[in-house]
Design a protein. Structure first.
Length: 306
């Protein structure tokens, strides 16, 4: 057996990453004080995508060994490791990391090659035998605690998520070296670009990112239905998954419906980045019968109709 009933399941593996584009050197980007936060954030979000949890796998250290960026991983539950292996085997982890790197680094594409090792075992050669991969990872216990640099990056990422101002800016004065993390978080979903237009009530509209004016109008007019809209957006936005919406309702109860709705849409915008489009918001409004609000955001009538 890999673990006794009273023994926690802990294993370790190394993820080797290399860009197949000669002009993109991942170790050089990570060694850059300006780019490091963006690369770290992409790694963190892609690993979270692979396990379904921000805490599903722990990064202990990131090694720069040209041309590879090597991430030492620690798994604390067998089910998390199994989900990671499935994501890795199916190519979902690779696609997710490419997408997050592309958005974080503002590049058109970041093609990647990956390799997974546990000790002397090359797991890529046995991916179809998931139990054997699990055994190899379980045999390799982590040989170190989390690197101090990783801890600092983690803490700054958390603090930037918490200290968000109402103006859709992020407080970075306590974490100056990581100021690039103040960019909106990249999308958790598909790497496909948003459509350039969409149809609403038979008319074609240009798609665009949600503006501050949209944001304020939505918060002002959506009233009690902000939760329903949030749950519609939740289907394609991991940042709004349960229990986030209920927690926002409790946290901003005293401030009222405007602030609750504002903070919900703020989560969506910061999580989805450029993919926080008006088309997605309009679809969520349509789904909940808020046609008048949708028309208001698209400039189809005056405020008196709302």
């Amino acid at each position: 057996k890999m673990a006794g009933s009273s023994t926690p399941w802990i294993g370790s593996a190394y993820l080797f990453l290399q860009s197949t584009c000669k002009t993109i050197m991942l170790p050089s980007l990570y060694e850059s004080s300006q780019k490091k936060p963006s690369v770290f954030r992409a790694l963190k979000l892609a690993l979270a995508d692979s396990t379904g949890s921000m805490n599903g796998v722990d990064m202990l250290k990131v090694h720069c060994s040209h041309p590879h960026l090597i991430v030492q991983l620690k798994f604390c539950k067998q089910e998390n490791c199994r989900r990671f292996l499935q994501s890795y085997r199916e190519g979902a982890l690779q696609r997710s990391l490419q997408s997050h790197l592309q958005l974080s680094l503002a590049m058109t594409t970041v093609p990647l090659e990956m390799e997974l090792k546990a000790g002397s075992e090359h797991l890529d050669n046995m991916l179809k035998d998931e139990d054997r991969c699990l055994e190899c990872i379980y045999r390799e216990k982590p040989d170190r605690l989390r690197d101090e640099e990783i801890t600092e990056l983690e803490e700054c990422l958390k603090s930037l998520t918490v200290h968000q101002s109402i103006n859709n800016n992020v407080a970075v004065k306590d974490c100056a070296p990581l100021k690039s993390l103040s960019l909106p978080y990249p999308s958790q979903g598909s790497s496909l670009p948003p459509p350039v237009s969409f149809i609403f009530q038979g008319q074609q509209f240009d798609n665009r990112t949600i503006t501050p004016d949209d944001h304020q109008k939505f918060a002002k007019l959506v009233s009690k239905k902000w939760k329903q809209v949030g749950r519609s957006l939740q289907k394609s936005c991991r940042a709004l998954r349960d229990p986030v919406i209920d927690n926002l309702a409790l946290e901003y109860d005293r401030e009222g419906l405007y602030e609750q709705a504002y903070q919900m849409l703020l989560r969506f915008i910061q999580s989805e980045g450029k993919k926080a489009t008006i088309a997605r918001l309009i679809a969520a409004l349509e789904e909940n019968g808020l046609i008048s609000l949708a028309e208001e955001l698209l400039g189809l009538h005056s405020n008196e109709d709302c």
